[in-house]
Design a protein. Structure first.
Length: 358
């Protein structure tokens, strides 16, 4: 291939990578989109192509720079002064070595995480830095982030229990927000199945069937959170553990039996886990978000669990019920209760809902 063809290819590459960096950067800046996967690497590629373009045209650049030097010297020197000879520029090997060293130093400085003494921060602080966009550095490049998993979890062998259509709450949103409290003491008596249906719909119900959008926001509409319900006293349902089949607004029985005692033990003795009519357990299927957002995934997943928890709080308050979020629990025991491995899917959040005095 002729040299001029190489020059045209390099110019085309600079144009394409430059446009991609510009467009992705503007979208991220003005619309708050997360960092594009190839944004950084397109910038690096553009820088390399610029260096290559300069290298291919090094003679022209050298002559141009020398001509600038000659013009400046002619402007200040006497007319009779001899013009000094130009010093020879760098040869091809020197330009290439300098460019490679510069690019290598830039990449190492950008990708290698900054080391800090362990005494200055705990693991939470370390993770916070690591989960920043690009914060994993070279480690993130070596990791296999895996493929995209199924969007829904199902129990094919379990019978489906259809839920009633969720009824409107009939409460003003500002009144509900003002009245929201964590309620830990509950009255006896069964919870109507209609109320459980409304709670599940408020937590994660599909609000736009065409696009699959749900009641709570999710990064990239990936919805990594699964909802389980430990039923203690609900009309028409046997006590036990159920999985919420979001797509069909139905329940799938996972296991039957009284779960109050094991939940209280797993919740380090918090009695409300056993006295409430239902206990919602939110788990995360991490790969649903990790394949796209990589080191940022865990942050997004925790945020989504918080969105769902607040939806449950507000829906329970609007129904005249009490709710309380639980973050203190023994992870392994709750995971064993659900039958999840604690690695690919793990419990994140517990919320109790029960009947309270008006």
């Amino acid at each position: 291939m002729k040299r001029r063809h190489w020059e045209y290819l390099v110019i085309a590459g600079m144009l394409l990578t430059g446009i991609y960096v510009l467009v992705s950067g503007l979208l991220a800046h003005f619309f708050g989109f997360p960092q594009f996967l190839l944004h950084r690497w397109a910038g690096y590629a553009c820088a390399v192509l610029v260096i290559l373009h300069l290298f291919l045209n090094r003679q022209r650049v050298r002559h141009y720079l020398l001509s600038l030097g000659r013009r400046s010297r002619q402007a200040v020197a006497p007319p009779t002064a001899p013009v000094p000879q130009a010093r020879p520029g760098l040869d091809r090997r020197g330009c290439l070595i300098g460019a490679l060293f510069g690019l290598g130093g830039f990449l190492l400085g950008r990708l290698l995480p900054t080391a800090r003494p362990p005494a200055e921060e705990d693991l939470g602080q370390q993770y916070h830095r690591w989960s920043m966009p690009g914060g994993s550095g070279l480690t993130g490049l070596r990791l296999d982030w895996g493929p995209r998993p199924p969007a829904f979890k199902t129990y094919p062998q379990a019978p489906r229990i259809s839920l009633p259509a969720p009824h409107p709450l009939g409460a003003d949103v500002w009144q509900v927000v003002a009245a929201r409290r964590s309620r830990r003491e509950y009255l006896p008596g069964p919870l109507p199945l209609e109320d459980l249906s409304a709670l599940l719909y408020a937590a994660q119900g599909v609000t736009e069937p065409r696009w699959g959008f749900r009641a709570a926001p999710s990064a990239g509409a990936l919805y990594p959170i699964e909802t389980y319900v430990a039923v203690h006293d609900v009309e028409g349902l046997e006590p036990g553990l159920y999985h919420y089949a979001v797509a069909d607004h139905a329940l799938e029985p996972v296991r039957t039996g009284d779960l109050r005692a094991p939940l209280v033990v797993a919740g380090v003795g918090q009695e409300m886990l056993g006295t409430a009519q239902v206990c919602f357990i939110l788990t995360a299927v991490f790969q649903r978000t990790r394949w796209r957002y990589r080191e940022r995934a865990y942050r997004y997943i925790l945020l989504e669990a918080g969105h769902i928890g607040q939806n449950l709080y507000l829906a329970a308050t609007g129904l005249g019920l009490g709710a309380c979020a639980v973050g203190a629990f023994l992870d392994d025991q709750v995971n064993d209760l659900l039958g999840v491995d604690g690695e690919e899917e793990a419990a994140l959040y517990l919320l109790t809902v029960g009947k309270v005095a008006a």
